[in-house]
Design a protein. Sequence first.
Length: 199
Amino acid sequence: MATIEERIAALEAKLKQEKAKKQQIEARKRALSAKRSRQQDTRRKILAGAAVLAAIERGDWPQNKLLALLDAMLTRADDRALFDLPSTPTPAKPQEQQQATQAAAPSQPQTPPAPPQPQAAARPAEQVSVSERADQLREEAIQRSRSTGKLARVYLDVPYDEREAAKAVGADFDAAVKRWYIGIGIDKIMAAQRWWPKA
């Protein structure tokens, strides 16, 4: 017959086992809860994104605001490429920087803006380098997107018999304006150099 000490030791061992089982069950519950929370967070983001895209498609929300937000938020090149953004964020313009500063410190008195400086005359088209021309086309596309609220794109002059070659470099056809276009990534613009519109 087991002694009292042996029975106590057996009960303590069993209690220890039960505690270990309870800890394992609680750990599984926490893991499931964390997984469910991540899934719900992912679904919320998908639904929110779908709502914004639907609003843009209906014309209820300007697309340039979404592009500006993504340009400021996204840092990975592969993420930015999904939205035809350049591989590096677009630096804020002086006017935008001034507005951000004023928004951060609204209590400070505002000074009147300096009078506009005369712009230097544009160089002749033949003196503009290929990279500068690509930047010009990209900037024009962004400005057009901001004014129209439509996706930024660089329109191309593609002859009918070269449409397959244009497709091969990623160009698409805009049936509304009956013109081919390319995204605003510099690499895409450079790939379609042969069809750039004349300056």
